[in-house]
Every structure is written in structure tokens, then in C-alpha cells.
Design a protein around this ligand. Sequence first.
Ligand code: NA7
Length: 556
Amino acid sequence: MSASSPGTRSDPVDTDAVVVGAGFAGIYAIYHLREQGLSVRGIERADDVGGTWYYNRYPGARCDTESHLYQYQFSDALRSEWQYSERYPEQGEILEYLRFASEFLGVRDEISFRTEVESLRFDPSSGTWAVSTDDGAVTTSRYVVLALGFLSEPYVPEFDGMDGFDGELYHTATWPREEVSFREQSVGLVGTGSSGIQIAPRIAEDAERLTVYQRTPNYIVPANNHPVSDAAWEAWNDGFAETWEQAKTTDSGFPYESDLPSAEGLSDAEVEHILEKRWRMGGFKFLTAFEDLLSNRATNERVCEFIRSKIAQRFDDPELIDALRPEGYPYAAKRPPLNYENNRYGWDFYETIKQPHVELVDVDEAPIQRLTPEGIATADSEYAHDAIVLATGFDAVTGSYNNMEIVGTGGTTLESKWGSRPRTYLGMVIDEFPNMFMISGPQSPSPITNQVLCIENQVEWIYDLIEYAEENGGDVIEVERESVEYWIEHTSDVADRTLYTDAESWYQGDNVPGKPSVFLPYPGGYPAFASKLEAEAAGGYQGFAIRDSPARVRSE
Ligand code: NA7
């Protein structure tokens, strides 16, 4: 397909499609659309591919997805050329993989690096987008694909005195490229989510003192990371097709079967037996022990108790046990971090907390009030630091859309459209924003589901829709408002039937003051989502209005 078939336009465009972002999603979108015959231009603000893995280069950064599942599956040739070295891939290796993949797929030449999109404006008369970038250029394009990532916009708390701190201030999601040394320093680490838990041992091995500021104790499960042998990798590769087929049948999109539908009605010994086995497996395999973990409070509470007892077993100090005990919200309703032994002493997060030069400070009871020139002031104490590391997370899922002005038909801005909550159909399209597609957008399953599986599915679905429109309808693809209303309601109904809404989490925007509290991912699971996509396509995209722009001249 190209810009000249089957209809022709009176006004030529610079490119058929602009893809914004060059992480996992952007790379595949550029590749797939181009392979299908569209001209594509990628735009990426960084000087390399990688997306969130480009920026989150803090010591200890690692992906909680198992490495054989954290690679594209659409190309056997690509897969056969790559091997990760550990069960969970470390940030540097993921970056290497994405560099390698982008070269292997030949997409790098299509990407303008070091270029930031400032605005996207839809012109209804021509049915095209004008993409303005910070180099002063305006690119016209028929389609826009936003592959912005859902963990791309760092969340920085607005502590008073932030600018007045005399030491170095870091955020895990904007870590410097040059090596950072904490030697002989007193370091304050704010945040004990996945990033805080991963970086804590690495700071502790270097620094003279580490103070960990914890607001909410987490349900932390061992990762059980280990090197991957050539033989193990080969075995994974041999069974890859079946693994992915199996992954597509589970809600999480991972090929992990549950042991039992529920823990309800089981004896303590039975629950213990299953969870001990899962604990040894580590990672998200622990999460999938019982099918109803996120829908049945009784099951969830039994799993919570098991984790609490595991934490208690690791400490002699009752005060520390108490301080680290997670309660008051269900396990996995908030993104559950994994625990890695990832420094040279083999300390995981809990072992780090035990070290004599490490202190845990509870900032739930006595919150951080401000930064002073010397360090951090909480409601009841002051702490002196040479450096402060904010591991405070992200303005997740929707935050990355705020950095550019997106203007649809009739001058509607995305900011106003999403004022009180994001509005999408299938997490990919928005009414009044024709020919614009999101990958891993709000109300898509990506943040709580196997990423790569979702990305490939969404990219391919988007292309199929474009192809269908070009062949059957017109050059303006706009989702019907009713479809969006339906999807918002459906997403929220499904979320209300889960335990997700019982925790304050970035899944609901609760971590960012003032952000509307709305469950952001699609919580119905991968198979349900995939079948919605299939049904929409099989039904001839009834949820959309596909029409000709005034500028389109039909060749028939
Ligand atoms: P997270 O998981 O959002 O964790 C952020 C942490 O920062 C969490 O412990 C927060 O406490 C804490 N935080 C945020 N603001 C403050 C203030 N003002 N005071 C004290 N503590 C604060 O981000 P991560 O980067 O660790 O992980 C993000 C995702 O990346 C993760 O979920 C995986 O998907 C990979 P809280 O829990 O809100 O009380």
C-alpha cells in the first residue's frame, strides 16, 4: 500500500506514518508498517533506541519479565541471533538487544534521533497530521502512531526546598550516563518500589551510609535470578512457538499455569505447600499460584500472610519486621516488586536493610516535609546527605502524552479530552483524533500483561485497520464516540470486579497528587482483549466511522 492507492490525494504528505518513540513498541511499529508498504518516519527524543530502558540506567536496573519472554517473537531469524545471559535481563543488556534488533530489522535509518515532538495537529480538510518537532520542522503524515511507553514520564515529588539541597539529586528514571560514585557519602534513597528495591543494594555497597525512606511496605517476592546456560536458552528457543501459544491463553500473557483456581477451602498445609514451591520458582510464577488471586480477597489474604511470614523469618529485630510488614492492601493490586541479589556481596533488598550502615526510615507516620541544604527533613527528624536518590516512580500510562500538544478535529486538545479520565477504545484510538493510534496506551492491557505480546498484537491490529480502511472505506479512520463510551464503562466494570481498586497505586494514578484516580490498564486479561480486537476486525470495524477526507480524490 502507498499514498497513491486505491484513492489519490490532492495534497501529498511527507510520509504515510509517523511513529513517535523508539522502544519495543516503536521499533516494531516502524518495522511492521514499513514491511507492509507504508513510508514511515520514526521520531525519538533520545540519541538511541530503548525507550524506558534508555533512561532507567540506574545501577541494578533490571526487568522483572523473564528474558526469553522479553524479546520479539514475530521473527525467528531475529530470535535465533540473540541470547540474554540471565533469567531476568539487566538494563544494559536490554538496551543492547534493542540496538541489535533495530539494526537487524533495518529501522534505524528511519528514525530521527534527538528530536522531540512538540505538537500534533490534525487537519480535517486533508485528513492528515502535522507533526511539529523541536528542530523547527513540520512533517505531514497520514497516520500517527504514539509508542510513548507507559513508564516514560518520571514522577518527581514537589518537596519544598528541592532547589536548595547542596548535594547531588538523582532520579532513577533519569539516571546520568556517566558512572555515579557514592563512595564515602551519606545517601538518602526515597522510595521502595521496584526501582528503589533494585538500587538499594547497589548504593549500599558503595556508600558510607544509606538511609532508605519507605512510605508503604511492599509485598516483595524473590526473583530467583540466575545465569542462563546455552543449553537452557536453546531449549527455550526450541519450544518457543508453543510457549507463546500458551502465553496467549492466560490473563497475564505469560506462559504460567496456576496450580489451583483458588486457595479458598484449602488447608493451611496445602496452601503452604503450593506457595513454598512457587516461592522457590520466584518472580511472577509466584503470582500465578491461584487463579483468583486478584478477584478473591480470601485467597489474596492467605498469600499476603505467607509473604508476611517470609519477611518475618528474615529478621530478628521485631521493629524492622513491623516496619517492613505490608498490610492494608491486597498483594499484586499494586505492582509487586521482585527481590534480586544483585550486588557483589549478594545482598538483596532485605539483606541490605540489615547492614549496620543502612537505616530504614518510616515516612508514612512522619512524612518527608522538605529538602534542606543538608539533606531531608521529615515531620520528626532531619537527616544529612551528600546525595539523594529519588526512586519515586512515574506519572504512569498517561503522563507521557502531556509533553506534546495533541489537537484533533475541531481544535479539541487531548488534554481537555482526558481531563477527568482517559477516554479510548481498546486503549488504541480516541474519538475526535482520527488516524492516531496508541500502543500500550491507557485502557490497554500492557501495564499488567506481557508487554511484547501486547505490543506485537496491537501494532499488527493497527496496520490491519489501516489496510481495511484504505481498501474499503476512506482515508480518515475515526472511532465512534459510542465505542469509546462502551470501552470506558467496560474497563471500569471489569476493574471493579477485581482487587486492583483496593490499593493506591500508579495503576490508578494515585501516586501523583491531583491526578484523577481511575484504573488505567485494561484489567480483563490478554485473551479477552485479543478476542475483542479479533471481533472488531471480523465485524468490519463497526466501532469506527471510516470516510474520505475532502482532499481525497477517488480514482474509481
Ligand atoms: P513506584 O513503584 O511507583 O515506586 C515509587 C516509590 O516512591 C514508592 O515506594 C512510593 O511510595 C515512593 N514515593 C513516592 N512519592 C513519595 C514521597 N513523597 N515520599 C515518600 N515516598 C514516596 O516506582 P518505581 O520506579 O519503583 O517502579 C515503577 C515501575 O517500574 C514498577 O511498578 C515496575 O512496573 C517497573 P508509596 O508506595 O506510593 O507509598
